[in-house]
Design a protein around this ligand. Structure first.
Ligand code: GTP
Length: 597
């Protein structure tokens, strides 16, 4: 197809501003799907995704649309909206020439709107402002247009006002996509180069690569080469998502589709890699993007009722379709054999954890998540660690650095004071305050990731009565005054309970932590001392008193079924426990580290 009539674009938006609804409406108006199918929100195809209402994996769909007597091919590449998945937004944008920035007319510009707009600007795509949900009684399209102009620099009179729900303005938007977004550059005479912007593994067909062709063309039965690994494969099928996978004979310059080529292992396909023709290869690969940085780490151990090998098999299965999640075997002196896992962020971690339990019926004990640190050793070497237990001996450490982010918070003017107080307590430095309008403000901070990654969002939501939104992006690692706190349970150090904190808060955090642990660890038949140590020195102690809880004693032995029920309940309560020496520690105790209140 003539590249003149191709448009490749993404929709980016803050969560719930209507990205999926708009995608569905476009699919319907272009006849790609029927109205009934649209109801089922086609672009989100994972269960958890639907339940949580967030888009995780980028998917792509090809539509055909008539405009001014020509048939246009519109390729829509879907993107996730959550901060954990910035990386996936960038890689979807890298396959496009344009982006629709959707803003809810009743909510206005939110933190993720700004973050997504920045990503779009960095990628160099053409941005169109779209104000959605104009059908709502609370819609204020003019106020929102002002905000878009003020914060994002998109002219307010160039924004499109639509309702993705009723379809109002969507046809005009499709016209504008054909009229205003740039066509792909025509490089059909050059050797084939296609960007792999996503991939997934199919149990029957091997790895399916999602590609955007930038030059030349790909043909079925040709040998293709992945430039990163240099390996070549026979292309057995090419196709497009309409939205079902539909085979085609070739994919030309500017087109978006998929490749099936008998690739067995997902690890062989690097997202961001360039596909070329093995017989007539391109000289240079396309510009790639940075691999995703794992920001949050946590250890997963099989609970007392689960085998290590079962956990390993479950991880292997999960990793097949999620290249940004990693796991390595870990042996903890206190908890035994398990895995150290790396995630893009906290939400990513929760999704993996949920899928593990739901799809595999296993029982895991997970340690509190931690960020990664940079350790400068006395010999000058720099090491990244993802767990306080990996911290080398103090005498070998020259400097300990923690990750810092640029944090944006958008909130109502009434909650500024409360948020500033919280941010200050979390060691955040205010860089800029910008009034979007008389009632809404955007604050920009430099913040230590460790202080904002866990409960900070919930806290600012509370302070602002649900109003505030935030987003952040890693900027650098900086040396700060950090110390490691160790916890001893019954005289034994439990590495999985260690934390790294700023020295100014260390004593207070340590004391609070053992208070929480005292409540979380059930009484045993003996007394359990809990101690906090900083640099080998014990600074605080609590005790879990001895107690024998004979739950069936008061049932007199008469009613057997009742007794069985109580015992069963007690057994269930024991799940997700981990024995350390003779002490049983429940899952929630490991998480008490996170509770800083
Ligand atoms: P994520 O996938 O979580 O990023 O959300 P999203 O941006 O895809 O939002 P989605 O399309 O799921 O819409 C969120 C909610 O807003 C849904 O309940 C939609 O029905 C509703 N919605 C979307 N567009 C409109 C609209 O134009 N008008 C009204 N009234 N509601 C809308």
């Amino acid at each position: 197809m003539d590249t003149k009539y191709i448009r490749n674009f993404s929709i980016v938006a803050h969560i719930d501003h209507g990205k999926s609804t708009l995608a569905d409406r476009m699919l319907e108006l272009t006849g790609t799907i029927t109205a009934r199918e649209a109801k089922e929100q086609l672009l989100d195809d994972m269960d958890i995704e639907r339940e949580r209402g967030i888009t995780i994996k980028a998917s792509a769909v090809t539509m055909h649309y008539e405009y001014e007597g020509h048939t246009y091919m519109l390729n829509l590449i879907d993107t996730p909206g959550h901060v954990d998945f910035h990386y996936e937004v960038s890689r979807a944008l890298a396959a496009c020439e344009g982006a629709l920035l959707v803003v809810d007319a009743s909510q206005g510009v939110e933190a993720q709107t700004v973050a997504n707009a920045y990503l779009a600007v960095e990628t160099g795509v053409e941005i169109m402002g779209v104000i959605n949900k104009v059908d709502l009684p609370a819609a204020q399209p003019d106020v929102v247009a002002e905000e878009i102009e003020h914060v994002l620099g998109i002219r307010k009179n160039e924004c499109f006002a639509i309702s993705a729900k009723t379809g109002k303005g969507v046809r005009e938007l499709l016209d504008a996509i054909c009229e205003l977004l740039p066509a792909p550059a025509d490089r059909s005479d050059e050797p084939a180069r296609a960007l792999v912007f996503d991939s997934h593994s199919d149990p029957y067909r091997g790895v399916i690569c999602y590609v955007r062709v930038f030059s030349g063309k790909l043909r079925v039965r040709q040998r293709m080469r992945l430039m990163h690994t240099g390996r070549s494969y026979l292309v057995t099928e090419l196709g497009k998502f309409r939205p079902a996978m539909t085979p085609v004979e070739e994919l030309g310059t500017g087109e978006v589709g998929y490749i099936v080529a008998n690739i067995r292992d997902l690890a062989d396909v690097h997202v961001g890699d360039t596909v070329t023709d093995d017989a007539n290869p391109a000289q240079d690969p396309l510009k790639s993007y940075q691999p995703p940085m794992q920001m949050v780490f946590s250890d997963f151990y099989p609970g007392d009722n689960t085998e290590y090998s079962k956990l390993r098999a479950a991880f292997d299965k999960l990793a097949l379709n999620d290249a940004s999640f990693s796991f390595v075997p870990q042996n903890s002196p206190a908890l035994g054999f398990g895995f150290r896992c790396g995630f893009l962020g906290l939400l990513h971690m929760e999704i993996i954890q949920e899928r593990l339990e739901r799809e595999n019926d296993i029982d895991i004990v997970q340690t509190a998540p931690t960020v990664s640190y940079e350790v400068v050793m006395s010999d000058g070497q720099v090491r990244r660690i993802g767990s306080p237990s990996e911290l080398p001996d103090r005498t070998h450490i020259e400097e300990l650095r923690e990750p810092f982010v640029r944090l944006e918070i958008i909130t109502s003017t009434e909650s500024i004071g409360g948020i500033m107080k919280l941010a200050e307590a979390r060691r955040c430095k205010l860089l800029k305050t910008d009034y979007l309008n008389p009632t809404r403000v955007m604050m920009e901070y430099r913040a230590p990731l460790a202080e904002i990654v866990y409960d900070f969002y919930d806290q600012i939501k509370g302070i602002s009565r649900g109003y505030a939104t935030m987003d952040y992006e890693l900027t650098d690692f900086e040396a700060t005054n950090l110390v490691k706190i160790d916890i001893l349970v019954n005289g034994q150090p439990v590495d999985a309970l260690s934390i790294i904190v700023h020295r100014d808060n260390a004593e207070q955090r340590g004391r609070k932590l053992i208070l929480k642990l005292r409540k979380a660890i059930p009484r045993h038949q003996f007394e359990i001392p809990l101690q906090v140590a900083i640099g080998g020195k014990i600074i605080a102690r609590e005790t879990v008193k001895a107690y024998r809880k004979d739950v069936t004693a008061k049932l007199y032995g008469g009613d057997v079924t009742r007794k069985m029920k109580v015992l069963k309940r007690q057994k269930e309560g024991k799940r997700r426990m981990k024995s350390i020496g003779s002490v049983q520690i429940p899952q929630k105790a490991f998480m008490s580290i996170l509770d800083t209140s």
